[in-house]
Design a binder for this molecule. Structure first.
Ligand SMILES: [Zn+2]
Length: 213
């Protein structure tokens, strides 16, 4: 606790006075431009990575940066997503995975999670990611596949689906590398399906012989 107490004292002495004007504004305004969904991992600090100020990011951090697909019922992650999108009107949503992710490593390497049943259950939200990652033990591949899967899960939330249809929000998938500080934008490299496309006429029937034939 000693470090935290000293940290608070340092904040009040050095940091807060330098940003007093900003905090005075933030005291009555909450208008973040981005919903940032990252891993709870202590090494992945959203504001530091993005060079943002207090008030800029609405942050959700979960183990493995997992976003459960929408289901009826109470869910803290869903409530935070809905609030950010529908009430605060964020314009961007970033799902950020990272190197050396403990959650993804446990999944990729098939660790025994019987001693951590809550973790084991939570990580089931990455089942689709794991199913799409062919090479067992390939943590970097699973990290990337998982970001894509969570973007798809995100789009199942009604508030996000509505904002996407109205082109009010854009989804981005990132991977942060702890050793180099590099941020890979999976969206920019075209490795994330365009979930923001809306208004297209789409043929939902699979190509090939009709199913009734
Ligand atoms: Zn992680």
């Amino acid at each position: 606790m000693q470090d935290l107490t000293e940290g608070v004292a340092r904040f009040q002495r050095d940091v807060f006075p330098a940003k007093a004007e900003l905090f005075a504004h933030l005291a009555t305004h909450h208008t973040p431009h981005t919903l940032f969904i990252g891993c709870s991992d202590a090494r992945v600090v959203p504001e530091l990575i993005t060079g943002t100020e207090p008030g800029d990011l609405f942050v959700i951090r979960t183990a493995g940066n997992l976003v459960p697909a929408h289901t009826p019922g109470a869910d803290g992650v869903a409530a935070s997503i809905e609030y950010a999108v529908a009430a605060l009107g964020v314009r961007d949503i970033v799902v950020c995975g990272h190197s050396a992710c403990g959650a993804m490593t446990a999944l990729a390497e098939g660790h025994d999670l019987s001693g951590a049943p809550a973790v084991a259950t939570w990580l089931r939200h990455a089942d689709a990611s794991r199913a799409r990652t062919t090479a067992a033990g390939d943590v970097p591949a699973l990290v990337r596949q998982n970001v894509r899967a969570q973007l798809a899960n995100l789009a199942t939330h009604p508030s996000v689906a509505r904002a996407l249809a109205e082109r009010k929000v854009a989804l981005r998938g990132w991977v942060f590398d702890i050793a180099t500080g590099n941020v890979e934008d999976l969206t920019a490299t075209g490795t994330v399906e365009d979930l923001t496309a809306a208004g297209n006429v789409e043929d939902l029937t699979p190509a090939g012989p009709a199913l009734a034939a």
